[in-house]
Design a protein around this ligand. Structure first.
Ligand code: SF4
Length: 389
């Protein structure tokens, strides 16, 4: 198999929270949207056969079949260069039967086995690495950040706020085309337990008699628990609840404002209790970034005691929160702390990345952090003193 092939453009349909059809959730925003020939963004409510076979998708598939780099896939290539098992490599393992020599640049909807469904962007948090495109509660804060971030024009704000693509019956009609073959559905948001359409989708799968061959995967911020869900989940083959937790206690509260650690731990206990009645698997996913790099080893050991795996993801965007902002001195300090968990999967990859961190965009990191601290009434020097700010 060549170095750029990935099964997703033949096997997965991925939507952004605003209903745009994109390459996948790990691809680089800005270069990952499917475009119609008139330059408009392809939508989930358009004819999906067309939206998924635009020149954009055909070009991606052609490059993947001939071993050429796809610019929207640079996050995977960077991970692989750092020795990290990328999403691309994980998907190759998840689709062992796919044979590139049997594929063409056109893909058939009837072959879709996976959906990455973002049925809305309702969210109660303003995580520091997120923004208004994925969380409704971010909007006033984003505006208050002024020119520290890219400000959408009024037309874009209006579009974001009027976005009601999951209300369109055509979307649900098209789901019927591939629900018989679906194996995996990734549901997030916004916060998936606040997005009401997610429950409608579960009902749709249960009522159509296809839930039993579908595995669900949620990424939740863990601040909400919906007690009605476990009985619905009991119809599905498997449910993975990925709790997005980026630090212990105050560090998580700081990054994932205004999360509350005690509530999060309570909801984790509710999920564990539910796993006794439904096929639920619980894990923790951590977005590794400059704010939490000093706490990664403690986080791993805290959740090991709770018998939960921590999956380490990297923050690439915004780049001024990534590990690349750290100075050589801070990188050395972070590497020392990581030694405590050196054999944990992904940790050596983090150390390699720290070896090459370029101390770039540090001023932007400081400016963004301080302004957000002012708006959120937080103080980085109290929560993450290791950064020395
Ligand atoms: S190579 Fe990575 S970014 Fe590209 S489609 Fe596959 S998982 Fe997505």
């Amino acid at each position: 198999m060549n170095k750029t092939f990935c099964p997703l453009p033949w096997k997965e349909i991925s939507s952004s929270p605003s209903g745009s059809v994109r390459l996948c959730c790990s691809s680089t925003s800005g270069s990952n949207l499917s475009l119609h020939s008139d330059g408009t963004v392809a939508k989930m409510s358009d004819d999906l056969n067309e939206s998924w076979n635009t020149d954009f998708f055909k070009d991606v598939r052609e490059k993947m079949l001939t071993g050429k780099n796809v610019s929207a896939c640079s996050n995977c290539y960077k991970q692989e260069a750092a020795g990290i098992h990328s999403e691309r490599l994980q998907w190759i393992e998840n689709f062992p039967d796919i044979k590139p020599e049997n594929l063409t640049t056109k893909a058939e909807l009837s072959e879709v086995e996976q959906l990455d469904l973002r049925l809305g962007r309702v969210c109660n948090l303003q995580c520091r690495m997120c923004g208004p495109y994925s969380s409704t509660s971010w909007e006033p804060t984003w505006k208050a950040l002024g020119n520290l971030v890219n400000q959408p024009d009024q037309k874009t704000w209006d579009k974001l706020n009027q976005n009601n693509w999951p209300e369109n019956p055509d979307v649900w009609e098209q789901f019927k085309l591939f629900v018989p073959k679906l194996r995996r559905v990734y549901l997030t948001g916004g916060e998936p337990f606040l997005v009401s359409k997610n429950k409608e989708f579960l009902k749709f799968c249960i009522d159509s008699g296809h839930a039993s061959h579908i595995q669900l995967r949620y990424s939740t911020n863990g601040t909400i628990w919906d007690a009605e869900l476990p009985s619905m989940w009991s119809h599905f083959e498997k449910v993975t609840l990925n709790f997005s937790i980026d630090g212990l206690d105050e560090v998580n509260n700081y990054i994932r404002f205004p999360a509350r650690w005690n509530q999060l731990m309570k909801n984790l206990d509710s999920a564990k209790a539910a796993s006794r009645v439904a096929p639920i698997h619980i894990s923790v996913s951590t977005a590794v970034q400059a704010y939490n790099i000093f706490q990664i080893s403690e986080l791993i050991s805290f959740f090991r005691e709770k018998e939960l795996n921590v999956y380490l993801d990297l923050i690439h965007q915004p780049s001024y929160l990534s590990l690349a902002v750290l100075s050589p001195e801070l990188s050395e300090k972070a590497k020392l702390k990581l030694q405590n968990e050196i054999s944990y999967p992904g940790v050596t990859g983090l150390i390699q990345l720290l070896n090459s961190s370029k101390h770039q965009e540090w001023n932007q990191f400081i400016a963004y952090t301080k302004k957000l601290d002012e708006i959120h009434e937080q103080n980085i020097s109290q929560v993450i003193p290791e950064l020395g700010i």
